[in-house]
Design a protein around this ligand. Structure first.
Ligand code: PEP
Ligand code: MG
Length: 325
């Protein structure tokens, strides 16, 4: 980072008019944790655990996972650590795990759907996370949730995992927080109901944009249609955050949009609690946050809501950007 950015590492992320925002890191390996810590992160808002399962020839065992989760929790020294349960399938495959060839892998057998089917695999991970919860501020997050039933089924398995640990004399934090990713339009539409079941939301804009617009996030031919600032996406974001606020639960964002400087006024206007991003975005986002005002962002957002096209939205956001930089 440049000296200017290094100078703000220890400053609390807050707008000029006092709106605080947790700026957390997305990590998918232990190495990335060091980069996150040296960027002054407020925690880990998304620990992608897939790497533990990939590039090997068998499933990782409970003990091995526990060691990794514990070491991350300890290094964070009490800062929050959101561990996302396995989000495999879609574009990510496991050599030792026969996943059927699918016509539409992103709409297929993946993530929480696999975990609710292969319950031993899921409970092994849950036990490892639960055991690590004694070593820091560990939270559990389920990906790709589309219904209340999935949340309840996952939580029932979490209860089983707790019982199994208790029976074998292992310690864990009984009141560990449980949250979900909001990354499917279905989850947005029932966000009010989901908010009654969980402790927090984290909006996964990468998948949410993909599924809202039906634009494959990996397909270069249509990448120009992958538009995070589409009015439909903006309405999804608004509906989700408002549902969380009404239910009084914590709401964060962990997709790429969280680290996009242009989107910052949107999060401020909606009063999001946390932004989790790749570590190299943390300081630039903080620098920008420090010179914005939540009150200004609210009027910017009103203008955005009045826009009928993404082009118009980009114009509104670019205007705010110029006048304050
Ligand atoms: C997302 O979908 O926005 C997200 C953060 O998860 P991933 O990119 O791992 O699918
Ligand atoms: Mg996702």
């Amino acid at each position: 980072a440049t000296q200017r950015l290094k100078d703000i590492i220890d400053i609390k992320p807050m707008t000029k008019d006092g709106k605080e925002m947790e700026l957390a890191a997305n990590i998918s390996s232990l190495k990335e944790l060091d980069v996150a810590l040296s960027s002054g992160t407020d925690g880990v808002g998304l620990f992608r655990t897939e790497f533990l399962y990939m590039d090997r020839n068998r499933l990782p065992q409970e003990e091995e996972q526990f060691e990794v989760y514990r070491s991350v929790a300890e290094k964070l020294e009490g800062k929050p650590l959101i561990i996302r349960t396995l989000d495999i399938g879609g574009d990510k495959h496991l050599d030792y795990f026969e996943l059927p060839e699918e016509e539409n892998p992103f709409l297929g057998y993946r993530a929480i759907r696999i975990c609710l089917d292969k319950t031993d695999l899921f409970k092994t991970q849950l036990r490892a996370i639960l055991r690590a919860s004694c070593y820091g501020e560990v939270k559990i997050m389920y990906p790709l949730i589309s219904s209340i039933d999935e949340v309840r089924a996952a939580n029932a398995l979490l209860d089983e995992a707790k019982r199994e640990l208790a029976e074998t004399g292992h310690r864990y934090r009984d009141n560990i927080e449980v949250g979900i990713m909001i990354e499917l339009p279905a989850a947005v539409m029932i966000a009010d109901l989901l908010a009654e079941e969980v402790d927090f939301f984290s909006i996964g804009t990468n998948d949410l944009v993909q599924f809202t617009l039906a634009v494959d996030r990996m397909n270069d031919q249509i990448s120009h249609m992958y538009e995070p600032f589409h009015p439909a996406v903006i309405r999804m974001l608004k509906q989700t955050v408002e549902a969380a606020k009404r239910a009084n639960i914590h709401v964060g964002v962990c997709g790429e949009m969280a680290g996009d400087l242009r989107a910052l006024p949107i999060w401020l206007a909606l009063d999001v609690d946390e932004l989790s991003m790749s570590s190299n975005a943390i300081l630039p986002i903080k620098e920008r946050l420090l010179c914005l005002e939540q009150e200004d962002s609210r009027s910017t957002f009103q203008q955005i809501l009045a826009c009928s096209t993404s082009t118009a939205i980009h114009e509104v956001l670019a205007k705010g950007y110029d006048s304050r930089s």
